[in-house]
Design a binder for this molecule. Structure first.
Ligand code: FAD
Length: 464
C-alpha cells in the first residue's frame, strides 16, 4: 500500500504540462487569484480556450500587500517541491524572481536547527526560494497572465448556479452589480475562508467534512536592512525550532530569510498565550539570545514595523466520499487545507493540487459526474502535508493536556523524534527527512526500515 502511495505521490511531484493537451472547455473559471488560483489557471490554460480568474481584490501591477491575503506580510518560503513545479510549468519563473531580488538558498546557505543544534549538511542539491510573498505572487501572476487564454475579472464571487447537477455559472458582484459568468468548469481557490460549503448547502449538495485541529499560533514579523550582499551570505534561509523552555522569550519557532531590497525578514512564533516579539526592543532582546543568524538579521535598521498574525487552528475539508456533489467543480489550495504555516507547505501544496487537476483533466474525465478521482488524489497530498504539520501539533497538544494516545501513534511519534534527532548527525536520514519536509517525497518513505535503523543507531549511539 505505501509503495503505491509513494509512487503516486512521486508522479504528482514530478508532473509536467501535457505534451499534447486536449481542449475540454470553452470557459473555465477560477475563483480567487492568489497562489492556488494562479497555479490552477496555469493548468487549465492547457484545457480551456478561455480561463477567467474572478478575484475580489484589485491585483496590483507591482509587488504590494493586498487585503485578500492578510498573511502576505509574514515570512514565506517556497519549498523545493513548489519551486520545481512552478519552474516546470512556468519556465523562467525562478530567474525572474531572482532578478528582482528573491534569493535561491541551497544546502550551503540553508540552516534548520533544533534547539540550537544545526542539521547536518546533505550532499544533494535542493533550492528554497525566499522573497517577500507579494514579490513571489507578482512574478507568478505576471507569467500566468501572459498566457493568452488567461484573464482576470474583478468581483466578489457570491455563489454558483447549476444545470443537471453540474456547475454552469458563477455569480459575482462587480461594484454592487450582480454578474453571471457562464462556465464549463470551476475551481474554487478562495482560500481558508472559502464560502463553497455554504453555496453547496444552499443547493442541497453535500458539504465537505471540516476537520479542525486547534493549534493557536502567534507570528511577529519585521523587516531589517541587510548589509551583506546576497552573494556573500553564509545563511540565506534559517529556521530554528525550539522545544518548550529552549527558545528565549517563549519562542517556539524563529525564521530569518534574506529577501529582496537587501533586507532580512525575521519572524518569531509562539504557541497559545505566548506572543513573542511584539515590540522592537523585545524582538531584539529575544533574537539576540537565539543561536544562529537571528540576532544578526534583526540587528540592522528596521525597514518595516513589526506585524503580527494569529491563527487559531489548522483546517482540512474532506471532499472524498460525498454522495451528492456537483460535477465540473473542484477546490484547491487553502480552501481545502490550511495548516500551521511554520512548515511552509501552503504554496507547494497548491502546486501539487495543480498536479492532481492536470492528472484529472488529462485522464479523460467523465464531466457529467463529480470529480471523485481528483478529490481522492488530492486527499493524498493533503494527508501528506497534514501528517507533518498537524502530527507535530497534535503531539504538542497531547503533551500540554496530558492526553493518552494509542500505542501505535506513540510508537510512530517516537520514531519521528528519532529521525529528527538523527538529522543532526546522519546525512542520509537528514536527506530523507528533508525530502518529506520539502514535499518532494511522501511521509511513508520515512518508514523505510533502512532509515529507521539508521535513525535508531544515530540517536542511541549504536554502531550504524
Ligand atoms: C502566517 C502565514 C505564513 C505562511 N508561510 C508560508 C510559507 O512559508 N510557505 C508556503 O508555501 N506557504 C505559507 N503560507 C501559506 C500560503 O500563504 C497559502 O497556502 C497560499 O497563499 C495559497 O493560498 P490560496 O491561494 O489557496 O489562498 P489565499 O492566498 O488565501 O488566497 C485566496 C484568494 O481568494 C480571494 N477571494 C476570497 N474570497 C473571494 C470571493 N468571494 N470572490 C473573489 N475572490 C475571493 C482572495 O482575495 C485571495 O486573493 C503561510 C500562511 C500564513 C497564514
Amino acid at each position: 500500500m505505501s509503495e503505491i502511495l509513494t509512487s503516486v505521490f512521486d508522479r504528482l511531484v514530478d508532473a509536467r504540462p501535457p505534451a499534447e493537451p486536449t481542449v475540454l472547455f470553452e470557459t473555465a473559471t477560477v475563483l480567487g487569484g492568489s497562489i492556488a488560483g494562479l497555479l490552477a489557471a496555469r493548468v487549465l490554460a492547457d484545457h480551456a480556450r478561455r480561463v477567467v480568474i474572478v478575484e475580489r481584490d484589485e491585483l496590483p501591477s507591482t509587488p504590494q500587500p493586498r487585503p485578500g491575503t492578510p498573511q502576505d506580510q509574514q515570512v514565506h518560503t517556497l519549498l523545493p517541491a513548489g519551486q520545481r513545479w512552478i519552474e516546470r510549468w512556468l519556465p523562467g519563473f525562478t530567474q525572474v524572481a531572482v532578478d528582482r531580488g528573491a534569493v535561491l538558498s541551497g544546502p550551503g546557505t540553508t540552516s534548520t536547527a533544533f534547539d540550537g543544534h544545526r542539521q547536518v549538511r546533505t550532499d544533494t542539491d535542493f533550492w528554497l526560494l525566499v522573497a517577500g510573498r507579494p514579490l513571489l505572487e507578482a512574478c507568478l501572476r505576471e507569467q500566468v497572465l501572459a498566457r493568452p487564454e488567461v484573464s482576470v475579472v474583478r468581483g466578489r464571487v457570491t455563489g454558483l448556479r447549476f444545470r443537471d447537477d453540474a456547475v454552469s455559472a458563477v455569480t459575482y458582484l462587480d461594484d454592487d452589480r450582480e454578474r453571471v459568468l457562464a462556465t464549463d468548469f470551476t475551481v474554487d481557490a478562495t482560500g481558508r475562508a472559502s464560502r463553497l460549503p455554504a453555496w453547496l448547502r444552499e443547493h442541497a449538495f453535500d458539504q465537505p467534512r471540516l476537520e479542525r485541529l486547534t493549534a493557536p499560533i502567534n507570528y511577529a514579523t519585521a523587516l531589517f536592512r541587510r548589509d551583506e550582499p546576497t552573494s556573500e551570505l553564509e545563511i540565506a534561509c534559517a529556521l530554528g525550532l525550539f522545544s518548550p523552555g529552549h527558545g528565549a522569550g517563549g519562542v517556539s519557532v524563529a525564521a530569518a530569510n534574506a529577501i529582496e531590497d537587501d533586507q532580512w525578514i525575521v519572524m518569531l512564533m509562539g504557541y497559545d498565550d505566548s506572543r513573542p516579539g511584539r515590540t522592537l526592543d523585545e524582538f531584539r532582546e529575544i533574537t539576540a539570545q537565539l543561536p544562529g543568524v537571528f540576532g544578526r538579521a534583526a540587528g540592522g535598521p528596521i525597514t518595516r514595523e513589526i506585524l503580527t498574525y494569529h491563527q487559531e487552528e489548522s483546517r482540512l475539508r474532506d471532499f472524498t466520499g460525498l454522495r451528492r456533489f456537483p460535477a465540473r467543480l473542484v477546490s484547491v489550495g487553502d480552501a481545502v487545507a490550511s495548516f500551521n504555516p511554520i512548515y511552509g507547505q501552503g504554496m507547494s501544496s497548491a502546486a501539487l493540487h495543480g498536479s492532481c487537476l492536470s492528472a484529472h483533466l488529462t485522464g479523460g474525465p467523465d464531466l457529467s459526474a463529480p470529480a471523485t478521482g481528483f478529490f481522492e488524489l488530492q486527499r493524498m497530498v493533503v494527508d501528506a502535508a497534514w501528517a507533518i504539520s498537524a502530527g507535530g501539533d497534535a503531539e504538542r497538544l497531547d503533551a500540554v493536556h496530558g492526553t493518552e494516545v494509542p500505542a501505535e501513534v506513540s510508537r510512530q511519534r517516537q520514531i519521528l523524534r528519532q529521525i529528527i534527532g538523527a538529522t543532526l548527525s546522519d546525512p542520509v536520514v537528514a536527506e530523507a527527512f528533508n525530502n518529506v519536509s520539502y514535499m518532494l517525497r511522501h511521509p511513508a518513505t520515512l518508514a523505510d526500515p533502512a532509515i529507521v535503523e539508521r535513525a535508531v543507531a544515530a540517536t542511541t549511539g549504536a554502531a550504524g
